[in-house]
Design a protein around this ligand. Structure first.
Ligand SMILES: [Zn+2]
Length: 98
């Protein structure tokens, strides 16, 4: 049972897309606002959160598996347009960084 102290220092969360565990800081927290998934960059918005890698690959996986409605215990498909826009923008910003 040694070598697990990191779990306390750096909390892990599971990505709802690829289902892999990652440090909380490597994942994007999303919360449900009405029927839309919105990015919670600072992790300060209230309510239930779902964690996903900030990549379109994981977002697509999460959408295809209906992971967001499940994570938020919502009834049906949720609007992920704002989340997608955010992820696409941050991906582009990363690419253009010299
Ligand atoms: Zn992922």
């Amino acid at each position: 049972m040694s070598g697990r102290t990191c779990a306390r220092v750096c909390p892990e969360r599971t990505c709802v897309g690829c289902r892999e565990r990652a440090a909380k800081g490597d994942l994007l927290r999303t919360v449900l606002v009405e029927d839309a998934c919105v990015p919670d960059r600072r992790g300060t918005l209230p309510g239930r959160g779902a964690y996903v890698h900030p990549t379109t690959v994981c977002l697509d996986l999460a959408v295809r598996r209906r992971a967001f409605p499940r994570a938020f215990r919502g009834p049906g498909p949720l609007d992920t347009a704002a989340l997608r826009r955010y992820i696409e923008q941050s991906a582009r910003a990363e690419q253009t960084t010299p």
